[in-house]
Design a protein around this ligand. Structure first.
Ligand code: ZN
Length: 146
């Protein structure tokens, strides 16, 4: 089911999200809806507050052949980072705006997947950028210049 994407200045977008206590069937269904919504919108990442749920969940899909497919990440946390990259990024919640700011070049993400399994993902380039952008959403932070 496709969900409506909230845009600024909706207050949910600037509110820090709560951790997901347990991976339930409802959470799995919600993640599927998030993936469908992201694909329909042509985005490469989406965070739960962008569809009105103040929960620590993100989904990402860089597209065929890039970054290894669809990721559904529950309670994600960057546990390692290195280097700096500066690349343009956009946001489905701020249509039409592109900013370039300092981001880590490499990150290691620890998260729980949709099956309740603890996972780690090492990412560079666009996937690393996407992770940092989506994690900011979970803290109620929108992309800004600088
Ligand atoms: Zn965004």
């Amino acid at each position: 089911m496709q969900l409506p994407i909230l845009t600024m200045p909706h207050p949910v977008l600037t509110t820090p999200c709560a951790p997901v206590p347990q991976v339930t069937e409802d959470i799995r269904r919600f993640l599927q809806d998030m993936v469908e919504t992201m694909h329909q919108a042509g985005g490469i990442g989406l965070a739960a507050p962008q569809v009105g749920h103040s929960l620590r969940c993100i989904v990402m899909d860089l597209g065929r052949g890039l970054g290894g497919g669809i990721y559904c990440c529950i309670n994600p946390e960057i546990v390692r980072h290195a280097g700096i990259q500066k690349n343009p990024e956009g946001c489905l919640s701020i249509p039409g705006r592109v900013v370039t700011r300092d981001r880590f070049a490499k990150v290691t993400l620890a998260y729980t997947d949709e099956h309740g399994m603890a996972r780690r993902l090492k990412a560079t380039g666009l996937l690393a950028l996407c992770i940092q952008h989506e994690l900011d959403h979970l803290d109620g932070i929108l992309m800004t210049a600088g």
